[in-house]
Design a protein around this ligand. Structure first.
Ligand SMILES: [Zn+2]
Length: 411
């Protein structure tokens, strides 16, 4: 189970990421409990800052493969962080931003631009003949309301959207006339309102669960809004193919599930996976049905911890430590990475551009599968200057050191 790590000297190419310095002002909580099956999480990777004085751990569950932060900011801090820094545009006021977006989103929908998205494709394919048109539907994290609008087009009439960003919710209301709530899903008043509208024949969410603080609580509440025979559709990144830099460094993705981990969590609240035909290595996409005695399909391999180490080792080329200063580059989309020599800022930049092009050519097919059908623009590479580990400060297979505070990413 040998693995290794490196010291991060500098983040170079960040793409659309921003850096967050994990200083003492950010309150952290600790949990070793797997949110998928309640088993103990084992430390997989430790971020070490300030010469060992600061440690942040990421763990993986040996019995289901769930992987996520053991040390993470408190729920209150994350909530505040989202409301203050997520999805902030240039215009000065919310009203101005809404006004600017409403027309644009309407046109975008009418011209069918968004129909090219993976999420519409998934919804369309999963819904075929599954649900009577008069059953209520709820989307958790509806963004600008495109999918709700598609449902309306397809003849569904009882539609409710939940969207944490007030700006997006308001655009969805004004552009399409949807009913949208902005309260957190677990909010008691909201749950009361939703119960009055339910039971929902379908509740669905697209790339939301990797962000929620407590996935177990959310699925428990979802289950409370449905009856036997109803469907819950969920799409989120698949640990198997998620790019490793993201799994480790991208703080807003608090969790990564394996198919088995998610199926176990769903079964806990009465859901059985009825369709997994749209799952890829990169994305889990389940249609789950509420049933009396849900069964979970057993995976072929159960050495989850070893598989997790192998995944990271493969991406970061462990245990071959970089001799001297190197540039590590990793895809922003698929789980492929490598090293370049560090030759000063200018030459390194040229090499990065070249690497990025070459990588895109070599992995075109895989990148296309990543985005789903049909193809879509991918997002290039992220790079960091790294050097060999100094004396190891933690007892975990992977260790990543920083000169000062640990730095993670958000966008
Ligand atoms: Zn687990």
């Amino acid at each position: 189970m040998q693995s290794s790590g490196f010291k991060v000297e500098q983040f170079r190419k960040l793409n659309n990421w921003k850096l967050l310095e994990m200083d003492a002002s950010i309150p952290l909580t600790v949990s070793f409990v797997c949110p998928a099956d309640g088993k103990e999480i084992r430390v997989l990777c430790t971020f070490v800052g300030n010469g060992g004085a600061q440690k942040m751990r990421i763990g993986s569950c040996e019995s289901c493969g769930y992987t996520g932060y053991i040390d993470r900011p408190t729920k209150e801090w994350i909530g505040r962080f989202y409301s203050e820094s997520w999805d902030k545009g240039n215009p000065a006021t919310q009203e101005e931003r809404v006004r600017l977006e409403v027309g644009r989103r309407k046109i975008q929908f009418n011209e069918g631009l968004d129909k090219l998205t993976n999420r519409t494709y998934i919804l369309q394919n999963k819904l075929k003949g599954l649900l009577k048109k008069d059953r209520p539907i709820c989307e958790i994290g509806c963004g600008y309301g495109f999918e709700l609008q598609h449902l309306k087009d397809w003849g569904f009439s009882q539609l409710t959207g939940l969207e944490a960003s007030p700006h997006r919710a308001e655009v969805a209301r004004r552009a399409f006339g949807h009913e949208i709530f902005t309260a957190p899903f677990e909010n008691a008043e909201l749950q009361e309102k939703l119960r009055a509208k339910g039971p929902f024949g379908l509740i669905y969410s697209h790339h939301v669960f990797e962000h929620v603080y407590d996935p177990d609580e959310i699925i428990r509440l979802v289950s409370g809004l449905q009856e036997e025979g109803d469907y819950f559709m969920i799409t989120l990144p698949n640990f198997e193919g998620e790019f490793s830099l993201g799994t480790l460094f991208f703080l807003p993705h608090l969790h990564t599930f394996t198919k088995y981990a998610l199926a176990k969590l769903l079964a806990k609240y009465g859901y059985e996976v009825a369709d997994d035909s749209l799952c890829t290595k990169y994305e889990i996409s389940f249609a789950a049905k509420k049933v009396q005695n849900p069964k979970v399909k057993e995976p072929e391999r159960k050495d989850f911890f070893e598989q997790a180490i192998a995944k990271f080792s493969n991406y970061f080329r462990f245990p071959k430590e970089p001799a001297g200063r190197k540039v590590f580059w990793g895809s922003r989309d698929i789980d492929v990475g490598g090293y370049l020599p560090y030759r000063g800022d200018f030459l390194t930049r040229i090499m990065e551009v070249f690497t990025s092009r070459l990588f895109t050519l070599r992995h075109k097919k895989e990148l296309t599968v990543y985005i789903g059908t049909p193809p879509h623009d991918w997002r290039g590479i992220i790079s960091l200057v790294v050097s060999p580990l100094e004396n190891r400060k933690a007892h975990s297979p992977i260790e990543i050191q920083f000169e000062k505070n640990v730095k993670l990413a958000y966008k």
